[in-house]
Design a protein. Structure first.
Length: 237
């Protein structure tokens, strides 16, 4: 096949991958605790402009006050550890609710793990105020009823895989998650926003779209040139 067509097709494939990634980032710019995806190109390791790998940016998003006792944010490394049908999953999103079973859970029904009770859910009295200390201790009516488990699977980001847009799961065979650093604080009444740089991402998206259009034109021109070359050879023959 014509090297020009090969390069153009490869470039279009990598641009499509970039468009999908950037579009997903922008779509989740308002998702609490969302971590943006980025990409690394093998431009100097390959003759073709391909995306060598994608990775997740685990940098902390901005914190906003909500005043809601069921809004939690983390300041520092680590993630909330949750019980789910997929086993233990992790998230930086702290929009909680009280489940029908009176357990602290996410909107998807994943329950917070109690660090003082082998990871079992934390059961609360929905009629009483809930106070959560910076170390994750949950208190009601002056009694400690559990402590939110904060783990640090992001100490080895390569061992994490996204599960939907808000959760992460450890890859099979990876080391168990380490406990979060003592400096990590649980902040009640706050939420961590997405770390997507919206303006920068939008500019990149436009640039990628233009690159895709240029490659598409190059591919069309290459096809036309090949067609004319074949027609000329046929005439000479």
């Amino acid at each position: 096949m014509d090297p020009l067509l090969i390069s153009a097709a490869s470039g279009m494939k990598s641009r499509m991958d970039s468009l999908d990634m950037l579009a997903n980032n922008i779509a989740n710019s308002g998702t609490v605790g969302f971590k943006s995806d980025r990409e690394f190109y093998g431009l100097y390791e390959s003759q073709l402009p391909v995306v060598q790998s994608q990775f997740t940016d685990f940098s902390q998003g901005s914190l906003v006050q909500t005043g809601n006792q069921l809004s939690l944010a983390l300041s520092g490394p680590g993630m909330f550890a949750l019980n789910s049908s997929n086993g233990t999953v992790f998230t930086r999103g702290g929009e909680l609710q009280i489940s029908k079973s009176n357990q602290l859970a996410t909107a998807d029904g994943h329950t917070l793990r109690n660090a003082l009770d082998n990871g079992n859910p934390i059961t609360v009295d929905p009629t009483l105020p809930i106070n959560i200390a910076k170390d994750g201790t949950v208190n009601q009516a002056g009694q400690d009823i559990g402590r939110i488990e904060i783990d640090s699977p992001d100490s080895n980001p390569a061992a994490l895989a996204k599960l939907g847009n808000s959760y992460f799961i450890q890859a099979s065979g990876s080391a168990p998650a380490a406990k979060a650093a003592a400096s990590t604080e649980v902040l009640q009444g706050q939420l961590e926003q997405s770390n997507v740089p919206v303006a920068e991402t939008a500019v990149k998206l436009v640039g990628v779209m233009r690159q895709f259009e240029m490659l598409q034109k190059a591919m069309t021109m290459g096809s036309e040139m090949s067609k004319r070359a074949i027609e000329e050879v046929a005439k000479v023959s």
